[in-house]
Design a protein around this ligand. Sequence first.
Ligand code: BGC
Length: 346
Amino acid sequence: MLNETTGAAPDGLPFRLITLRNDAGMVVTLMDWGATLLSARVPLNDGSVREALLGCATPEHYIEQTAYLGASIGRYANRIAKSQFTLNGQTWTLTPSQGENQLHGGKEGFDKRRWRIERQNDSEALLSLTSQDGDQGFPGNLNASVLYRLGEDNRLAIEYRATTDKPCPVNLTNHAYFNLDGEQSDVRNHTLQLLADDYLPVDAMGIPTGGLKSVAQTSFDFRQPKTVAADFLSEEDQRVVNGYDHAFLLQAQGDISKPAAQVWSADKKLQMAVYTTAPALQFYSGNFLEGTPARGNATYGAWQGLALESELLPDSPNRPDFPQPDCVLQPGDEYVSLTEYHFIPA
Ligand code: BGC
């Protein structure tokens, strides 16, 4: 289903809203602005329906927030240090968006663009975006697309694709925040399993300080499920960024058939399994959500939502040493990144 709002987006035109639904009763809504996920309502076994995603009261409110709620992020998710990288001997300077660094693709990243709706029906929607050569400082004309697909088993698949006419680093993701308790509650009471042996320590600006570090004997060890609260802020690596805001290199190594993460609501009525072809997940515990517009007349507080963003490791254009596929997309090749969020009522 496709609807238009009466309110206008920054380009003066209405927001276009798309609704996906399945026979199990799950309903997902998204909009063309930022190819943003607005809502994911999951029917529970007790007959109630639970909103699993953080979101704002109206599409217009999304323009005011800086948390990237549900948005599509590009060209490069996460940070590129000093907004610079060198490719084939040439240095490229990008538009900074967090201090001197670039976060989430620059000041006018893909989250702030109107995506074209190519096609949509009850179960899937394909949106696309053309990013011009030089956009936010990146080389090459980039054609990007995202396919949202809702399965009958309550699996929400998000598939990003891109092609370019000049070599360019590409790292596309969706910045959904989840609270599986369906309310404005402390998400640190969720239980998390992250199937990752290594994480990437960062400085206060979120830039990797060195290389990967084993999670063993640290607060970053989520290989056995534990609450986010269990070891919260117990180590300096967390304290520098107010909690968890780190990339984890996944055991699955891009194998979509192997789970990357599992999350359980505090009341255990809803579980979510995450699968991805990306090498890493950024686990962000919502440390800076304070003041973000919520539904109704409310605002979110810190730690009321968590994000599990499928990505390449941060700053990889400057870190060829990282053990992951090359982050540079070449002309003639296609970038494909598929992530599935599978909602399981318990
Ligand atoms: C980053 C956080 C940032 C958040 C919202 C996450 O992907 O890692 O540091 O605060 O996005 O911008």
